[in-house]
Design a protein around this ligand. Structure first.
Ligand code: MTE
Length: 335
């Protein structure tokens, strides 16, 4: 269902999914070896052994069929073992629902994520507001298993379901003035208790941003699911960003607006504490947070007796793919 469409996308640009998927495979066949290495072989998504008692989040019917059609992108997935499902859905940062790690899983269960609409705005040829189902219609979903490294020095391996942000942006025709992409989370204090009240922690809504080349990078994902199911509300349902080489706070949840801009957008954590959180926020073991080291991380699951501390890698281990985006930049200055 279309909510508002001031500048419509031509019907020919909205390709039915099976045709689109076949076309993508065809294009992959034609592409050079570099592109093939990035698109990788597809493999069926295994039936995950989810904790029997843990809640499942099937999502709306239209999303379920897209998720079922998805395959794993092996080339862009780590071979590391995903964290247990229960960790991924109960250890969260989503300040709109509170600052405790378990607040989101406790308080977000009634969060209404369908219907949902997303505005595409700014420096694009075809701005408009779209029902999520329509926005996602031409995109095939694939699984990618990524490392997520939080700036607080914990990390997890998560099997996301999603598609490249760049594929979406291209459809809307970025203008030559588009240098950055700004993202906004829903503002709804009635549903999101952390946004209300006198002692509210951050300036709402939560906002984030990427440079255009970062946004177009094949690793940058828009996620709609994890573990083969729809995203749980606590993980940013129905639609979130995942940028695996950056600290987790860049991976903004529950997105309602994507704006292409000429100048660098304001971002929530940078605005809140500019000396602690930069715009770039690339994972970097050599640049400590002013209050703690970033040299190591606690890989979940971890416990008191088995803390599972591992070395943090530059760009969270994705340096081969992304370091060239920052060549010539002083990463201590642009942290
Ligand atoms: N997005 C919004 N809107 N609000 C938040 O508080 N927290 C960020 C990021 N996205 C946050 C957000 C932080 S700090 C991290 S580490 C990741 O979400 C955590 O994602 P997860 O809970 O799915 O593991």
């Amino acid at each position: 269902m279309l909510i508002k469409k001031p500048d419509p996308i031509k019907a020919s640009e909205i390709t039915p999914e099976p045709i689109y998927r076949n076309r993508r495979l065809f294009m992959q066949g034609l592409a050079g070896s570099a592109a093939l290495a990035l698109s990788g072989g597809a493999a069926a998504i295994p039936a995950y052994d989810l904790d029997a008692d843990a809640p499942r989040y099937p999502g709306p019917d239209w999303l379920q069929s897209k998720l079922r059609a998805g395959a794993r992108n092996e080339a862009l997935s780590t071979a590391e073992k995903p964290a247990p499902y229960v960790n991924v859905i109960t250890h969260n940062n989503f300040y709109e629902f509170g600052t405790g790690k378990q607040d989101p899983s406790r308080k977000a269960q009634n969060f209404k994520t369908d219907p949902w609409s997303v505005e595409i705005a700014g420096e694009v040829d075809k701005p408009g507001t779209y029902a999520l189902e329509d926005l996602l219609q031409p995109h095939g979903i694939e699984e990618r298993i990524y490392r997520l490294r939080c700036v607080e020095a914990w990390s997890m391996v998560i099997p996301w379901m999603g598609f490249p942000l760049g594929d979406l942006l291209k459809r809307f025709g970025p203008t030559s003035r588009a240098k950055y992409v700004a993202f906004t989370t829903l503002l709804d204090p009635e549903q999101m208790p952390g946004q209300g009240g006198f002692f509210s922690t951050l300036d709402w809504p939560y906002v984030e941003g990427l440079r255009m080349d970062e946004a177009m990078h094949p690793l940058t994902l828009l996620a709609v699911g994890l573990y083969g199911n729809a995203l749980p509300p606590q993980n940013g349902a129905p639609f979130r960003l995942v940028v695996p080489w950056k600290y987790g706070f860049k991976s903004i949840k529950s997105i309602v607006r994507i704006e292409l801009t000429e100048s660098m957008p304001v971002t929530t954590w940078n605005q809140t504490a500019p000396n602690e959180y930069g715009f770039y926020a690339n994972v970097n073991p050599e640049v400590d947070h002013p209050r703690w080291s970033q040299a190591t991380e606690r890989r979940l699951p971890s416990s008191l007796f088995s803390p599972n501390i591992i070395d943090t890698k530059p760009f969270n281990g994705y340096g081969d793919q992304v370091a060239s985006l920052y060549s010539g930049m002083d990463l201590r200055k642009w942290f």
